[in-house]
Design a protein around this ligand. Sequence first.
Ligand code: AMP
Length: 400
Amino acid sequence: MEKLSIRDLELSGKRVFVRVDFNVPLEQGRVGDDTRIRETLPTLRLARERGARLVLASHLGRPKGKPDPKYSLRPVAGRLADLLGAAVEFAADCVGAEPEAKSRALGNGSVLLLENVRYHREEEANDEAFSRQLAALCDGLFVCDAFGSAHRAHASVVGITRFVRQSAAGLLMERELAYLGKTLSAPERPFVAVLGGAKVSDKIEVVENLMKIADAILIGGGMAYTFFKARGIAVGKSIVETDKIELASRVLSDARGRNFRLLLPVDHVVGAEFRADTQKRTIPIGEMPNGWMGLDIGPQTVQRFSAEIAGAKTIVWNGPMGVFEMPAFAHGTLEIAKAIAAATSRGATSIVGGGDSVAAVQQAGLADKISHLSTGGGASLEFLAGKKLPGVEALTDKAS
Ligand code: AMP
């Protein structure tokens, strides 16, 4: 069901509660990377142009349900004001008399940022009374632009929607849903998914769901070793999730039974230790010096995976192909980023999600060559796993 968009709302003169994702890194009380703030600017600009009175809420870090100055959003207000080119009022709490008074004092197009919603444990508990208090700060209009939090049934994402008249997706959220939704419901084929990263447990449901939708899945990174272990291949000290070996084995035989193209690496770069300057070797899968570990995919795998990617019309990528934080083991990940960028320039649609893969794409200077960089790692994984996101479900259906 299509959800209401901020573009469908009558905003003029109304206080609108906007849930954003300003979970930015703070360095000595200053905003570090401000990408997340910049990403909400289109939504905020549109709302201001239409005369909305904006009440912005976000979480930042994990303050454990009580005020902690380390996680204050106050520094964000300053940066947001610079980026918007407008004054941004700040309320030292997200509920109660102060934010209520400040929200009522807003003029058309003006902006109030609330303090971290996670200063209250009621936020993560999706508490009803707290949700009502949040809703009291607006005139029945809620906009969610925090895709990265949409998989969490928290008060400022889900609870509040029960106490407002209309709940709509912001532009950033809408874009995420458009890309991910279309990919899963009507992908242009061939549809190739590339999965990596350390943990199988995070992605096994994605593998299972995508086996029903995609034409091929390429698995690299640390998670491949649980699959190798399941096939009885020597993995040395490579990262393996022992409690997921059986599940991996089931997935492999399921893929074989259905003739599904589930590709694992054929060669890898192994290291003697988990260290950037460790001794390394490039060898076929199955060969593993005693006590060594696999830390990147090898050149033959890069070639095979790149060929699959080159033939794809839709590509989804989540998770690095190796320990890309160490330059010695970053090659595979960067090559896959290049292959995806090249396929995109030839007309494929590409979606890259998850902090590490997005970082790799940025590191390679290829960010503008990818169709869509997803802002929500966890949320996009749950979406790809076929789960419904509570923060999306809670939005008002279009034309209902
Ligand atoms: P995830 O959060 O599961 O997407 O995992 C991302 C992390 O996986 C990154 O920090 C990578 O360094 C790590 N990673 C990727 N490949 C390997 C590997 N072969 N061994 C250990 N860690 C890996």
